[in-house]
Design a protein. Structure first.
Length: 191
């Protein structure tokens, strides 16, 4: 596989299916942000974290490649005229979303109840988790904007929404595991 092709030298790129669009197209921004998220999760996975979380993060990274493929596909070329799929792209399943929910519930059962927002930080691994959560929220916003223009499977939006929740709860779990101090944000009254 050749790394450089020179086909993007004039500011366009090809979607899965061959359609060329400007590199600033919202579709490119959407799957590019998912790719950025995947890299941040890789950095998080490289930290000294528990094996269960490490394995779940690997599954998430795999699903993010699937999600990126969905976002990188020209919806017009994905379907034949009779509504059947022409391009064989993987899917996000209900089970993928349920796995995140199950992990959120499992971790939450071991954590003290939340009474306030918490400030990101306390340990490098926790900070990487919060950065991943923020990038996930941005990916979700971009995907939602793209979905309004060119609809795709709504499970993509559900997965991103649940993933940001998972990353928040994982940050809290890592704070507990790593004995990092969670600093509560308590709004100051007046100035």
């Amino acid at each position: 596989m050749k790394i450089y092709t020179r086909t993007g030298d004039k500011g366009t790129t090809a979607l899965f299916g061959g359609t060329r669009v400007p590199k600033h197209h919202i579709r490119i921004d959407s799957y590019g942000t998912v790719d950025e998220l995947n890299s941040h999760i890789g950095l998080l996975r490289d930290q000294k974290i528990d094996e269960k979380s490490h394995q779940i993060l690997l599954k998430i990274q795999d699903r993010l490649f699937t999600l990126g493929a969905i976002l990188a596909t020209d919806p017009e070329k994905a379907l034949l005229k009779n509504g059947k799929e022409r391009l064989d792209i993987p899917k996000i399943s209900v089970e993928d979303i349920h796995l995140l929910e199950q992990e959120i519930d499992r971790m939450n059962d071991e954590l003290p109840p939340m009474t306030h927002f918490v400030l990101p930080g306390g340990h490098q691994a926790v900070s990487f988790c919060h950065i991943s959560r923020c990038v996930c929220r941005r990916a979700e916003r971009l995907a939602a904007a793209l979905h309004e223009l060119e609809p795709f499977d709504e499970k993509v939006l559900q997965y991103l929404n649940r993933l940001s929740d998972y990353l928040f709860v994982l940050a809290r779990k890592l704070s507990k595991d790593l004995d990092a101090r969670e600093i509560q944000w308590i709004p100051k009254k007046g100035s």
